[in-house]
Design a binder for this molecule. Structure first.
Ligand code: HEC
Length: 161
């Protein structure tokens, strides 16, 4: 009995390890990479921006009346605000080269970049209040301003995509 149980446990642990290895392989994860390699930070910030883009697109779908599900408006607005909260940390020196659409202007004019960022952060806060109002017209207006603020950084600091 004891050996049997032990064998089953070993088989289970092996199974779990196989699952973990498979998940890592699927997501291209490896524990062997050095932390904060510029190419990893670039991918990381592009994914963060993609997420922000996805959330704002879903808010727009509701505002345009393409979707009548309003339950996620607040979490979408919060995700945009949270996503933008730490953008200043995503552009360290060394990440201006490589597979990036970031323009050198970010590192040449950090004050301007930070201003564009704080404008966008303020616009994201406004849309949180707008969602609180439950008024689609108010949300639409705040969304327009938020969208403009994204462009306010992309135009001077991101390559045309
Ligand atoms: C302060 C500057 C700044 C603000 C504000 C900003 N972005 Fe970006 N965004 C960038 C930069 C720079 C890149 C290019 C990053 C790279 O390629 O390394 C980018 C890239 C992107 C991308 C492309 C990601 C990819 O797949 O490569 C999307 C989508 C995006 N931003 C959406 C948004 C949205 C939506 C907002 C507004 C809610 C926003 N961004 C606000 C600077 C900003």
């Amino acid at each position: 009995m004891r050996t049997n149980k032990g064998t089953i446990m070993t088989a289970r642990i092996k199974h779990v390890l196989t699952v973990v290895a498979t998940v890592c392989a699927i997501f291209g994860l490896s524990t062997a990479h050095a932390a904060d390699e510029p190419e990893n930070i670039i991918k990381y910030r592009q994914n963060l921006m993609k997420g922000v883009g996805a959330h704002i697109t879903n808010i727009a779908a509701v505002v345009k009346g393409q979707v009548t599900i309003t339950d996620n408006l607040m979490t979408d607005a919060q995700s945009v605000a949270n996503g933008l909260a730490n953008v200043d940390k995503l552009f360290p020196v060394g990440t201006e080269r490589g597979k990036t659409n970031a323009l050198a202007a970010i590192w040449e004019d950090r004050a301007g970049f930070n201003k564009a960022l704080s404008d966008a952060q303020a616009a994201a806060k406004n849309i949180l209040d707008a969602v609180d109002s439950n008024d689609i017209a108010v949300i639409g207006k705040a969304l327009g301003a938020l969208g403009k603020s994204c462009g306010g950084c992309h135009k001077p600091y991101r390559k045309k995509m």
